[in-house]
Ligand binder design. Structure first.
Ligand code: PNS
Length: 165
């Protein structure tokens, strides 16, 4: 049984995340999408429970995907779950250095753990949860960036329709 873990903040999940989930799920028996704490991100829009709910909604049609949350080291979480592979999405330029460092650190912390990078889809290279929040908070159109199942929920939290000059 090949178990892989796809960790992230998912605040909120984007179509870029969903693309990685769909492709990664084809490469393993079970893919655990786990909502984790990123100490470099000081504040979040959605509490972890809501991010898990949204991830469950958008992955409901993929039978070998499980969704979880955890506030421990990724290296320890993978060991607990019997996962030998971490999946990460890699966008051109912006992600490489940090992801390279995290992959090496995670293998140092858990010698059984390898990181596999999937290149982000061409139309998602510029996309991030942060960009969705920024565009959405200023009333821009995020419908191409957020999966349809959670679009209204994300728009609601970002205050669509409540802005006025
Ligand atoms: O979506 P993000 O914010 O880029 O995801 C980063 C995340 C959550 C995967 C990363 O911060 C992480 O692995 N957090 C868990 C804590 C941990 O193991 N930190 C050490 C990484 S070397």
């Amino acid at each position: 049984m090949r178990i892989a873990v796809y960790p992230g903040s998912f605040d909120p999940p984007t179509v870029g995340h969903l693309d990685i989930i769909q492709r990664a799920a084809k490469l393993c028996d079970t893919l655990i999408v786990v909502c984790m704490v990123n100490p470099r991100k000081k504040s979040s829009l959605f509490p972890p429970g809501e991010r898990v709910e949204m991830l469950r909604l958008i992955t409901a049609g993929i039978p070998n995907v499980e969704v979880d949350s955890a506030d421990i080291l990724l290296a320890d979480y993978a060991k607990l779950k019997g996962a030998a592979v971490v999946v990460k999405g890699l966008r051109a330029m912006s992600d490489f250095e940090m992801e390279f460092q995290m992959a090496l650190l995670n293998r140092k912390l858990n010698a059984e753990l390898d990181t596999v990078f999937l290149t982000a889809a061409e139309n998602c290279q510029y996309l991030s949860s942060g960009a969705v929040k920024e565009i959405g908070a200023l009333g821009g159109n995020i419908s191409e960036f957020v999966p349809g199942e959670i679009l209204e929920r994300v728009k609601g939290v970002l205050g669509y329709g409540q802005r006025g000059c």
